[in-house]
Design a protein around this ligand. Sequence first.
Ligand code: NAP
Length: 294
Amino acid sequence: MPTILVTGAQGQVGRELQLLAEEFPDWDWHFRSREELDLTERNALDDFFAAYEPDYCLNCAAYTAVDLAEEQPERAFAVNVLGVRSLAEACAEHHCFLIHLSTDYVYHGSQTAPFRETDPTHPRGVYARTKLEGEQMALQVNRHTMVIRTSWLYAPFGKNFVRTMLRMAAEGKSLRVVDDQIGSPTYALDLARLMLTVVERIDRDEIHYRDCCGVFNYSNAGATTWYGFAEAIFALRQVQPELKPIPTSEYPTPAERPPNSLLDKSKITALLGLEIPDWKESLAHCLQRIGDIG
Ligand SMILES: NC(=O)c1ccc[n+]([C@@H]2O[C@H](COP(=O)([O-])OP(=O)(O)OC[C@H]3O[C@@H](n4cnc5c(N)ncnc54)[C@H](OP(=O)(O)O)[C@@H]3O)[C@@H](O)[C@H]2O)c1
């Protein structure tokens, strides 16, 4: 049975993996938060790998404060590039398959069609640049690396658009939401399940690990804008806050957001033969869980 390391275990995807781990009770799981295993501490990584010899590392750790990164470029670089390099080196030394998460922000082109993995990258801003450099570093250092670029992540917990919208509506705020950035929301639970499907299929020899190396896109199916996403949240929640669509120009942020975050998922669906859940169905599932949490 495989030994699995999950880094950044208290983040959105990390927490979903902790819940899904119950479905794989025979696997030897090691969940580590930043406090327990910091990617920027090379000795701690070496000690962990020497002690546990993980077969798979699911890297959910990252510096994800997109706007703050503009003020803290060294911190973003330390985690997203240098930390990822250290992790990938440890993986390479211990023959560990690495699944590393990255972002649609690396594309940022002017095209309107969904981005394919082979499309040129044009990262804008510190976060996007460090994520691109980090994924390149991981692929270069550890041949056995799968990079998954995803977009618009949310979960019933953590910092995300769904929870922000619900909180602001509950506070009676009127909301102005950008309606000219298009993308596909990604439910962290679906992404976590996809990562485990990859591990499971490799481990059962149903797919070859070599076919999983390289860059893959993943988001939920379907497309919307942030405004459309907000509308769907409130329709499913049956609340009606004042909601106004605005252009990006009326909502300036320190780090520029891509106008098109759509991802072509044909590479990952061909690899795994999966049908990707539609974003609205997954949103309904997440809202149900938020309701259960209260
Ligand atoms: N959120 C999105 O919309 C989005 C979109 C596309 C791609 N992604 C990518 O998807 C991945 C997962 O995102 P997420 O939303 O689950 O992130 P998240 O909720 O921000 O979780 C990231 C986790 O990494 C931890 N971390 C930060 N620095 C670390 C370090 N030096 N060593 C170990 N752990 C560290 C954080 O701990 P602390 O909280 O204690 O710092 C946090 O628990 C990331 O690679 C992100 O870049 C995210």
